[in-house]
Ligand binder design. Structure first.
Ligand SMILES: NC(=O)c1ccc[n+]([C@@H]2O[C@H](COP(=O)([O-])OP(=O)(O)OC[C@H]3O[C@@H](n4cnc5c(N)ncnc54)[C@H](O)[C@@H]3O)[C@@H](O)[C@H]2O)c1
Length: 272
């Protein structure tokens, strides 16, 4: 039980990757705060963890709203007394769109959740982590934040690069406070939403061309990596990006140009 006695906030953990991380952390002994914008959505994950014998509570908050983020952390401290781990997972991916067709509003919305949300959550947990003398912050970026992908548009890629910049900068800024800041860069993760929004043919094509290890990741794969980075075994790791991507970033996949051209043609067709 690597995380026994620790308290973790996992943003956007009502479903998908965040749910996988929350479940993995609860299995490792952590008490987990399940967050999403609506409390009702969080309860399913809370019940799942409780049914496994774990401990979780639901606290709703929009990570893009400073007052709600401050209230999320204040309520965590009120109910659980401490916050040892923050996983900045909440993120949105607007429909893949060529940059010339991305509206300024869409740009702002993606940045508000994916970049500003990470900033606000870090800002809110740093004082209690400093007071405790230790903490672990894990930011969920993407392979899009290391190179790029056509799963999202340029706004998504830019927002995930912002997460990497925050991770690197904060690792320096918080080192003296023994707060470790790392990022996980998932590749393609087969969440229920991803399953609905892609065809088996598309998944097979991307697997063949992009993923040397031959399958999409599961939320559990990301959860295992998050548990490690949150544990005391990772005390000497900070400022790192751990890609959990089946090898996408090795670049050993096939020639990607046909995939990229096909994706651009699909995007053009949608907007013409
Ligand atoms: N699924 C993938 O293939 C993949 C790949 C790389 C990176 N990621 C990243 O993993 C994270 C989770 O992705 P997912 O696929 O599970 O997405 P998802 O849409 O299935 O789940 C996201 C969760 O975050 C919540 N959320 C959204 N906006 C929020 C806000 N403003 N405040 C609080 N909660 C909010 C949603 O309600 C939902 O519960 C994101 O940061 C995403 O960019 C996902």
């Amino acid at each position: 039980m690597e995380l026994q006695g620790k308290t973790a906030i996992v943003t956007g953990s009502a479903r998908g990757v965040g749910e996988g991380i929350a479940v993995a952390m609860a299995k490792a002994g952590a008490t987990v705060v399940i967050n999403s914008r609506k409390e009702q959505d969080c309860l399913k994950t809370v019940e799942k963890i409780q049914a496994m014998g774990g401990t979780a509570i639901a606290i709703a908050a929009d990570v893009a709203q400073e007052d709600q983020v401050m209230a999320l952390v204040a309520e965590t401290l009120k109910q659980l007394g401490r916050v040892d781990i923050l996983v900045n997972n909440a993120g949105i991916e607007s429909a893949p769109t060529l940059l010339k067709d991305i509206s300024a509003d869409t740009w702002d919305r993606v940045m508000a959740v994916n970049a500003k949300g990470v900033f606000l959550c870090c800002k809110a947990v740093i004082p209690p982590m400093m007071a405790q003398g230790k903490g672990k912050i894990i930011n969920i970026s993407s392979v899009a934040g290391v190179r790029m992908t056509f799963f999202g548009g340029a706004n998504y890629t830019a927002s995930k690069y912002a997460v990497m910049g925050l991770t690197n900068h904060l690792a320096w800024e918080l080192a003296d406070s023994r707060i470790n800041v790392n990022a996980i860069a998932p590749g393609a993760v087969l969440t229920p939403l991803a399953e609905q929004s892609t065809t088996p043919e598309y998944r097979e094509m991307t697997t063949q061309r992009l993923i040397p290890l031959g399958r999409w990741c599961t939320s559990d794969d990301i959860g295992h990596a998050a548990v490690f980075l949150a544990s005391d075994r990772a005390d000497m790791i900070t400022g790192q990006i751990l890609a959990v991507d089946g090898g996408i970033l090795t670049g050993f996949g096939e020639d990607l140009r046909p995939v990229i051209r096909q994706r651009m043609a699909d995007m053009q067709a949608k907007h013409s």
